[in-house]
Design a protein around this ligand. Structure first.
Ligand code: SF4
Length: 281
């Protein structure tokens, strides 16, 4: 039956006319050629994770290294001057005497008239040491002159000693302190190398220090004379025996002390005899 007759017959019977729809288009047919060529979705296990777009590479500029900061200036103290080497006195008598005669190691050089080096034989067993030159010594250049010097000569003679034969006489400082004041510690320190060299050269059996100042400066003590007088001390590396007694100038002012001084002199004599430096007192 022709289709239009059949349509009219069905319409007359109030029946719906069915017509064949166009065949459905396959997914593949609807896919783009490129998609059709790709693998079917059921053959893919897990869906591929969407690939994240590669982030643009960010080039972070390296920080330009800053030049090393200069170290902060330290508040440095000025470098101390290197300590001056200790003074070494000439090792022989002639050099030592010359060094003293032209010495300017302390301020006493400005007020002296003459240096007072010392007097006596250079191998004397007895070395007598006073504190410093007085006015007479400053004029004559010899220690223990004047009234005090005369008294010392008598005292020494009483035990068989003289400055011309067997006793050497010197002072702690070789120049007169102005006004007969006590020598100051810096003056004593400056002059000490000369006295030490004299002791080394003489090598006395005994040192007799006269007066408080000579005793204190020689022994490096602040003790009064009453404490220093009596014990037998020792001086220097050679441990030379040292006795302390009164200064002749003090004995001239205090004659009552001469008995004690005489006792000290007799002890000096005994010690020298024991040391092999006997003389007929
Ligand atoms: S007292 Fe001694 S150190 Fe001072 S100037 Fe005289 S010799 Fe030199």
């Amino acid at each position: 039956m022709q289709s239009h007759r059949r349509a009219r017959l069905l319409k007359a019977l109030d029946l719906e006319v069915w017509t064949q729809r166009a065949a459905p288009r396959s997914i593949a047919a609807e896919a783009s050629p490129a998609e059709a060529d790709s693998a079917p979705p059921w053959e893919v296990g897990e869906p591929a994770a969407p690939s994240l777009p590669t982030p643009p590479r960010v080039v972070v500029p390296r920080p330009t290294p800053r030049p090393a900061a200069a170290p902060a200036p330290l508040n440095l103290l000025p470098e101390p001057e290197p300590a001056a080497p200790p003074y070494v006195a000439p090792a022989d008598w002639a050099g030592l005497a010359e060094a003293v005669s032209t010495c300017s190691r302390c301020k006493l050089c400005k007020t002296r008239t003459r240096t007072v080096f010392g007097v006596g034989p250079k191998n004397a067993p007895l070395l007598v040491i006073g504190e410093g030159p007085g006015a007479d010594e400053d004029q004559q250049g010899e220690p223990f002159v004047g009234k005090a010097g005369k008294l010392l000569d008598e005292m020494l003679r009483s035990i068989g000693r003289t400055r011309g034969s067997n006793a050497y006489i010197a002072n702690v400082v070789k120049c007169r302190p102005p006004g007969n004041r006590d020598p100051e510690s810096d003056e004593v320190a400056a002059c000490r190398p000369y006295l030490d060299r004299q002791i080394e050269l003489i090598q006395p059996k005994l040192i007799l220090a006269l007066g408080r100042i000579a005793a204190q400066r020689l022994l490096g003590s602040d003790a009064p004379l009453s404490k220093l007088r009596g014990p037998l001390h020792a001086y220097g590396a050679a441990r030379t025996p040292v006795l302390i007694s009164y200064h002749p100038a003090y004995l001239l002012r205090s004659p009552s002390e001469k008995a004690k001084s005489w006792a000290d002199l007799k002890r000096v004599h005994r010690l020298l005899v024991e040391a092999g430096a006997a003389v007929s007192a």
